[in-house]
Design a protein around this ligand. Structure first.
Ligand code: 6R9
Length: 692
């Protein structure tokens, strides 16, 4: 039972709320229970914020949220420019706060926020906090993989280190607009490198250090960076990974494709743990640079970073974010969705290789002057209690993680949690995939001792920041629902024809009109940007997710509806895994689908056909998995290889994935109509081989 409060508490909460203004138009339909106009009869699935929490919350009531939300969609320019004015701008934006075309039928899609405004996000993250007297506040607490290794930097110290790296980059020729690839583990130097790029106007592209040399090379070849920043090695859990060797392999691969000239390689070694294998140049060099570095002032619409993400075709997409809108949006979403207060100690377990580590390890928290915990290692190393050990050590108040970790810790048992105090915690957060209600309840009851609201934040690499997320304190939560849209976000649910559906419904999740954190394009491929996101349902941005809205107006995300699978919160394109599999000389064809996985959310299930005359064997199975690990990275390794003499195809040669999904999940009585297959007999063969 996770109902936090007694009815009496609920009554008090309700009494503290005012009454909904009528005629709110497209304002979320919060029902009477949430607005406090009526008493809940169906309150069982609602979890109310405690009185203590609501009293201190930035947004203490649904009423307050509605007021702000209403303004944010009726007067977006006014709403966002009031917030933007709290940052430092060298000069203000022009008269047009936002200019956009979100409707493909009216011509090319484009989005601009605060165009003409001149600023620098690194300045706003660091100098602004130092100048306002917070220089001695801790910016980062770093916890190493091994217990006992830790370090901290104040805002002043962080600024100095960022300046040294920025000066170093400038010195070796990196200029405004140049791309810089960063391939580093979770050391403080990773956000330092990002901030250093931002300071000099260079465009960073962080590649998650779990990606293979091939994947890294693919990204290097796409964005042609001037520099690749890496370190010699990292220890993750008990394994040592030689990152420098991976970068060397990637660089020689990209050199074969003729872009070596654009790449300047520096080995960059950081941290307490160093495993010297190759000589390192910059460990001794960077500290010799000045700790003062002039800021490169940039336009709000100048690019800040590229981040590659998976799509439904094999080639990763370079999602491009610009400076001003992203800055305002990540700062604001961070503040409200986590009910951030200056006394908070915030820990997000995401790696900076993903968007969450950009928006909610680095930019969002630092823009708010927050103290951020960064953890280098695996969350269950050396045992499943490590997270709570870290929470107690740094007195973490806001803990933001992914459902896959929640489920895996839940499986390890409560004792690993309850042996730690965790009393500093006050807000929990979840991101990356839908959180199932049982994991939500465990997170709430066991980790949060039934005290801490959970911010289940739905958003994407493309959206830059939170889109649908609870504002803790403002309304009751429902386990498993991301609740309501953030300020300025207008979600719509459409049917297959792209017609907007009102009220209680299920369909495809789209967004009407832009928000400041919207991505602006896919690097070098604006056409793919339009085709992927704006053509499927003209008039809207299409998220690729399915969604339903219940009678109370709560949004429930149901997962991807395209050929993207979500494994432990990592987006993986089925086409990427397929192309890795068929690169094996003995594999003729591959079809990959997602299947439910108890811990990872989804697992990767691969059907393969072999080249004529090649027998299937255990050795081949292992080799196929190794091929995927080497080409993409260990996190994309198939959980299951299913040998298939043939794949179910339509007469026009299209693989019927719907049928493969049913076979993979063993829902054999739900195969549906197989009569349109070119060879219906293939299905029986596949079923017969399912447990080989
Ligand atoms: C931030 C991030 C985006 C995809 C997205 C959706 C899934 C993320 C979610 C969620 C349900 C949540 N997703 N958060 N689904 N509830 N709270 O994860 O970005 O890596 O681009 O993935 O993740 O399917 O479309 P990204």
């Amino acid at each position: 039972n996770c109902s936090l409060n007694t009815t009496t508490n609920h009554l008090r909460h309700v009494e503290s709320m005012a009454v909904l203004p009528s005629g709110a138009g497209k304002i979320p339909r919060l029902n009477a229970v949430i607005l406090g106009e009526a008493l809940a009869s169906e309150e069982d699935d609602l979890v109310f914020p405690s009185d203590d929490f609501a009293r201190q919350a930035l947004l203490p009531s649904a009423q307050k949220y509605l007021e702000m939300y209403k303004r944010s969609v009726e007067d977006p320019a006014g709403f966002w420019s009031d917030i933007a004015s709290q940052f430092l701008w060298k000069s203000k934006w022009g008269d047009t706060v936002c200019s956009e075309n979100f409707d493909i039928r009216n011509g090319n899609v484009y989005v601009q926020w605060f165009k003409g405004g001149i600023t620098n996000i690194c300045y706003n993250c660091l100098d602004r906090n130092v100048d306002s007297g917070n220089g001695d506040k801790i910016a980062f607490h770093w916890e190493g993989n091994e217990r006992g290794f830790h370090d901290s930097l104040t805002y002043t110290q962080l600024l100095s280190q960022v300046c040294q790296v920025a000066n170093y980059l400038r010195d070796i020729g990196v200029k405004k607009g140049d791309a810089v690839v960063i391939y580093l583990p979770m050391l403080m130097e990773l956000p330092i490198a990002m901030l250093a790029c931002a300071r000099i106007g260079a465009v960073h592209s962080v590649v998650f250090a779990g990606f293979s040399a091939d994947s890294l090379a693919q990204r290097i070849m796409d964005c042609k960076p001037k520099v690749v920043l890496t370190c010699n090695a990292v220890k993750r859990g008990s394994k040592v990974i030689h990152l420098k060797d991976i970068v060397d392999a990637a660089l020689s691969e990209s050199a074969k494709n003729g872009i070596s000239s654009a790449v300047l390689h520096i080995a960059y070694s950081f941290g307490i743990l160093t495993y010297k294998k190759t000589p390192l140049v910059s460990k001794d060099v960077v500290p010799t640079y000045s700790t003062i570095c002039e800021v490169e002032w940039v336009d709000a619409e100048d690019p800040l970073f590229l981040l590659y993400t998976s799509g439904s075709t094999g080639k990763p997409k370079g999602v491009l974010h610009t400076t001003g809108g992203y800055m305002v949006y990540t700062a604001t979403t961070f503040k409200y969705a986590f009910d951030y207060k200056p006394s908070d100690i915030y820990w997000c377990t995401a790696d900076c290789g993903w968007i969450t580590g950009h928006s909610y390890v680095t930019y969002g928290p630092l823009l708010n002057g927050a103290t951020v915990v960064i953890y280098e290692g695996a969350p269950n190393y050396p045992d499943p209690g490590r997270c709570w050990d870290i929470v107690d050590k740094f007195k973490v108040t806001i803990f933001y993680t992914a459902p896959t970790l929640v489920r895996s810790l839940m499986r390890d048992g409560d004792a690993y949690v309850t042996r730690y105090s965790r009393k500093s915690l006050r807000v929990l957060g979840s991101v990356g995939e839908p959180i199932n209600p049982s994991a939500w309840r465990w997170f709430f009851n066991v980790v949060g001792d039934s005290r801490c609201p959970i911010s289940d934040t739905w958003w994407q690499t493309e959206t830059g920041g939170f889109m649908i997320a609870p504002l803790p304190g403002a309304w009751p939560q429902k386990p498993g629902s991301a609740t309501f849209p953030f300020f300025g976000v207008q979600p719509v649910i459409v049917d297959e024809k792209g017609v907007e559906i009102e009220g209680e419904c299920s369909g495809y999740l789209c967004v009407k009109s832009s928000w400041p954190g919207t991505f602006r394009t896919l690097y070098g491929d604006h056409e793919r940007y339009e085709t992927t996101y704006f053509k499927p349902f003209p008039g809207y941005y299409f998220s690729g997710d399915g969604c339903s809205r219940d009678k109370d107006g709560y949004y429930w995300l149901t997962g991807r509806v395209d050929d993207v699978i979500n494994v432990s919160g990592h987006r993986i394109g089925t086409a990427e895994v397929e192309s890795a599999l068929v690169s094996h000389p003995q594999c003729a064809e591959a079809a990959v689908v997602g299947v439910e996985h108890e811990v990872k959310g989804q697992g990767i299930y691969a059907f393969v056909t072999l080249v004529d005359g090649i027998p299937y064997s255990e050795e081949l199975r292992r080799n196929l998995i190794t091929t995927v690990r080497n080409q993409i990275g260990p996190f994309a390794a198939p959980d299951r290889i299913h040998w298939a003499p043939g794949l179910p195809k339509t007469r026009s040669g299209k693989i019927m994935r719907r049928i493969l999904r049913k076979i993979a999940s063993r829902q054999l009585d739900e195969l549906g109509d197989t009569s349109t297959l070119a060879d219906p007999g293939v299905v029986d063969q596949l079923i017969a081989l399912a447990d080989c």
